[in-house]
Design a binder for this molecule. Structure first.
Ligand code: DX5
Ligand code: ZN
Length: 212
């Protein structure tokens, strides 16, 4: 079970220090939310930021692309040092080809918005390394966890079966729902505001892990 702090809720005026702090506090991966103001209403960070924080840590970078036509941009993030590139099923008309392309260079993840059914990944499940279930509508940190997504996580775990695919959960994760998510089969908990909004990052990560 891994905890991946989402830097979206970090203090960007000292992003390097924030990443070091969560690393020291026990983070397993760093989750990087890329938004384009089109696929989602918000605009966040680009590949140049990923490149500069790549020098700070050796932790795996889990780059979550919430952008239209990720096929036009994934390479910038691979060059910047992404270990996983996660794209949304809803964001491209050429999902299969884009997955195949990304796989030539790094691990590939597929994300599903809350309203998108699991059957959308049925035909490409054997191609992916990670499945990301959104437990909030993507676009902003600090939103409330959508309880009905617990069942979707459970079904996703069943669908994955014995395949070597990480099941990741993103949005509104806290110490209350972490044990339920673990029980439902999640391997990776992405958490932004719960970690960066706490006074003690180590305590927050410990809470997410120990409640498991
Ligand atoms: C939402 C992002 C999430 C978000 C998580 O669009 O993909 O990664 O930053 O933040 P919290 O944990 O605050 O919901
Ligand atoms: Zn995310």
């Amino acid at each position: 079970m891994f905890v991946a702090p989402s830097i979206l809720s970090a203090d960007f005026s000292k992003l390097g220090e924030e990443i070091k702090s969560v690393e020291d506090a026990g983070a397993d991966w760093i989750h990087i939310d890329v938004m384009d103001g089109n696929f989602v209403p918000n605009i966040t960070i680009g590949a140049c930021v990923v490149k500069s924080i790549r020098k700070i840590t050796k932790l795996p970078f889990d780059v979550h692309l919430m952008i239209e036509k990720p096929e036009n941009h994934y390479m910038e993030f691979i060059k910047a040092g992404a270990d996983y590139i996660t794209i949304h099923v809803e964001s491209t008309k050429n999902l299969y080809r884009t997955i195949k392309e990304i796989k030539k260079y790094c691990k590939v993840g597929i994300a599903l918005n809350p309203a998108s059914p699991l059957c959308l990944i049925e035909n490409i499940i054997d191609e992916i390394d990670l499945l990301l279930i959104m437990t909030v509508e993507p676009g902003f940190g600090g939103q409330k966890f959508i309880e009905s997504m617990l069942n979707k996580v459970k079904k996703a775990k069943e669908m994955i079966g014995s395949r070597r695919i990480y099941l990741s959960v993103d949005g509104g994760v806290n110490d209350k729902n972490a044990p339920l998510l673990k029980k439902a089969g999640a391997d990776i908990l992405v958490a932004g505001s719960f970690i960066f909004g706490s006074r003690d990052y180590k305590e927050a990560i410990k809470k997410l892990k120990s409640s498991l």
